[in-house]
Design a protein around this ligand. Structure first.
Ligand code: ADP
Ligand code: MG
Ligand code: ZN
Length: 478
């Protein structure tokens, strides 16, 4: 039996603000436990929430950047449940009237383009955090930190439009990139500002109805989202193959074991008893307000990707990599203004530069080689001062020491040898040292030429101009 995978994602994004959603406490990460709290976010009786306007506008921008309709009237609702990290006994969220509806995100997996629908984007407050004593050397006790309580979030709910773990990952990458480009969120997964739940089901190929889904929680990296979905698809496939059914339930992903396990079944699911929050007035949004915010939306990743591919005439693949983050795209563009050879620049960025950064887990913003320094090196190659091969080593040294390409070439005497008499001399030595290969070449075995070129390059420590080496070898052997 062949099955098709169906995936819908719910992503919680922390919106970048100085203060919390309904009070003036700081949202700064890393404060001492409970330092960023006040009567409002601690849910004391008699306090009233006041909506953070900056947060509302950033959320509206998130909606606009993902092609959502901004609802002219939306409102907050109380989602009721008990948990020690939720002091009010309810979370302020949105339910029947969310901020944004009916959006989409375009993704591209291995060249295949696809549109993933967004059901809704709604605003809500975050809950606090429990810290269990087992991890602090005091077993049996639990501590609560309310610093996160009231931190502003948007929940982005997708349609069940994805059909593979790769598509889910592409969707997350694109969403993250859009939120970063618009500066709505810094999407820092380590600090919990982007969190994802994945809903997964399978159905026999050709069947119209969706299968029963499970919801996977606790996925704190894109890699784990992909792994958890893959595991879950295998698990559900086995169940259906042996004639069992999938149970609708919430499951957790254990990244150490690479498995999902049940957290709660449908029967245990909460009934949240949503109702409109009487402490907060409905939010009325008129068209001029939306238009004003629309003006602030910058060029988005997809548009930038298209512009890069067409105006710099680089492959779509390159354009995709280079626009994956705005700072990287800026880096590339700065290079092209100094050195108008986009494909050469793209090759060095996608190859050597990103490899070095990845090795150090560094961001392009912390790149030790500024665009002007990279370009200076590329100009040395173009001028024939150094060979492309020597440049690889120079690049690594630039990255490590932040020295300029020019000074490394000086110090190490790496200038390409283009003086033909110097190369002629080495060529003659190589011919003398390899008589049998020279005979083979004369006998028509063309590929021996490559070997001889290699010997000359080696003797010149990589500095001989390869074009000249080829030419002189042919001349001298005749
Ligand atoms: P809940 O409130 O229980 O999370 P929602 O209606 O908000 O339910 O749906 C949550 C997510 O589940 C959405 O992203 C939706 O696309 C996805 N989804 C719904 N049905 C399925 C299914 N059969 N298979 C996979 N995902 C699904
Ligand atoms: Mg859900
Ligand atoms: Zn507060």
């Amino acid at each position: 039996m062949k099955y098709e995978t169906v995936i819908g994602l719910e992503v919680h994004v922390q919106i970048k603000t100085k203060t919390k959603i309904f009070c003036s406490c700081s949202t700064e990460f890393g404060a001492r436990p409970n330092e960023n709290t006040c009567p409002v976010c601690l849910g004391m009786p008699g306090v009233l929430p006041v909506l953070n306007k900056r947060f509302l506008e950033s959320s509206m921008r998130a909606c606009l950047a993902t092609h959502c309709t901004i609802e002219p009237m939306n409102r907050f609702a109380r989602k009721n449940y008990f948990y020690p990290d939720l002091p009010k006994g309810y979370q302020i969220s949105q339910f029947e009237l969310p901020l944004g509806t009916n959006g989409h995100i375009n993704i591209n997996v291995d060249g295949t383009k696809k549109r993933v629908g967004l059901t809704r984007i709604h605003m809500e407050e975050d809950a606090g955090k429990l810290i269990h004593g087992e991890n602090l050397g005091s077993p049996g006790k639990s501590y609560v930190d309310f610093n996160r309580t009231g931190v502003p979030l948007c929940e982005v709910v997708s349609e069940p439009d994805m059909r593979s773990a790769e598509e889910a990952r592409a969707y997350l990458n694109e969403l993250k990139s859009i939120l970063e480009y618009t500066e709505v969120s810094d999407c820092n997964m380590e600090e919990g500002s982007l969190r994802c739940d994945a809903n997964v089901s399978i159905r026999p190929v050709g069947q119209k109805e969706f299968g029963t889904r499970t919801e996977l929680k606790n996925l704190n990296s894109f890699k784990f989202v992909q792994k958890a979905i893959e595991y879950e698809v295998d698990r559900q496939t086995q169940l259906l193959d042996q004639g069992d059914t999938v149970k609708q339930e919430t499951r957790l992903y254990d990244s150490d074991r690479g498995e999902t396990f049940p957290m709660r079944s449908k029967e245990e699911a909460h009934d949240y008893r949503y109702f409109p929050d009487p402490d907060l007035v409905p939010i009325m949004i008129d068209e001029p307000w939306v238009a004003r915010l629309r003006e602030t939306i910058p060029e988005l990743p997809e548009q930038k990707r298209q512009r890069f591919a067409t105006s710099y005439a680089i492959p779509e693949y390159d354009a995709g990599v280079l626009t994956s983050s705005k700072p990287l795209a800026d880096y590339f563009e700065q290079c092209t203004t100094l050195f108008p050879h986009p494909k050469t620049i793209s090759n060095w960025i996608m190859g050597d530069l990103l490899r070095e950064l990845k090795k150090d887990s560094k961001d392009i913003l912390d790149c030790p080689i500024p665009p002007s320094a990279l370009v200076d090196m590329l100009k040395l190659i173009e001028a024939g001062t150094i060979s492309g091969n020597i440049a690889k080593g120079i690049f690594e040294e630039m990255y490590q020491t932040q020295k300029s390409a020019g000074s490394i070439v000086e110090e190490k005497g790496l200038k390409q040898i283009t003086d033909s008499s110097a190369i002629e001399k080495i060529v003659a030595e190589v011919i003398q040292a390899n008589p049998s290969q020279v005979e083979e070449l004369k006998g028509g075995k063309e590929k021996v030429l490559g070997f001889l070129v290699g010997q000359v390059m080696k003797a010149s420590k990589g500095k001989a101009n390869p074009g000249m080496v080829n030419k002189l070898l042919k001349e001298q052997i005749g």
